[in-house]
Design a binder for this molecule. Sequence first.
Ligand SMILES: CC(C)(COP(=O)(O)OP(=O)(O)OC[C@H]1O[C@@H](n2cnc3c(N)ncnc32)[C@H](O)[C@@H]1OP(=O)(O)O)[C@@H](O)C(=O)NCCC(=O)NCCS
Length: 164
Amino acid sequence: MELEIRPLTSEDAGAWRLIRLRMLTEHPEAFGEDAEEFAQRNDAELAQRIREGNVIGAWQAGKLVGTVGWFCGRGRKRAHVAEIWGMYVAPEQRRNGAARALLSEALRASALAGVQVWELGVEEQNHAARALYESEGFSTWGIEPDAYRFDQQAVNILHMSRRA
Ligand SMILES: CC(C)(COP(=O)(O)OP(=O)(O)OC[C@H]1O[C@@H](n2cnc3c(N)ncnc32)[C@H](O)[C@@H]1OP(=O)(O)O)[C@@H](O)C(=O)NCCC(=O)NCCS
């Protein structure tokens, strides 16, 4: 069955809670948010993050199997810049084009909202994600050493950007 790519709504908060917990638990090195801290958020907070973070889902037979989101910078001077966040595809759906389809939809939808510069952070050893972003026109402009820590490991983040 084909993947469906569509934005999440507040109705999808329960499905997003499950997949977000999964990504934060399975890949603590890939995301800056802590799984236990996320687990304490209530449904209203999740619905707000879905809305403000423009979360888009990849759906397979009605099941949420991948996500990405984007949010604009605050204020008039940053309105043309968006951060891409929360990119994840469930292991059983990988290498099937889901991440590329999600990213493409995030770029399309944010461009319609006036975005012309996209930024994101990726852990420096994450070769799969880096290859995806590079193939979609992102390039690295800096590295943030020790950007966050888990289990006493320091994680270095590459900052990448792309222009319209
Ligand atoms: C990174 C991730 C989102 C890719 O999802 P995916 O649906 O498998 O990716 P796609 O099938 O759309 O592949 C798109 C491109 O990404 C790159 N890519 C994806 N997986 C790769 C891998 N294992 N090794 C090398 N390149 C890879 C390739 O360039 C690929 O293009 P190609 O198929 O034409 O070679 C997925 O592996 C994932 O969720 N990883 C864990 C969470 C994570 O790291 N998120 C990113 C945080 S910044």
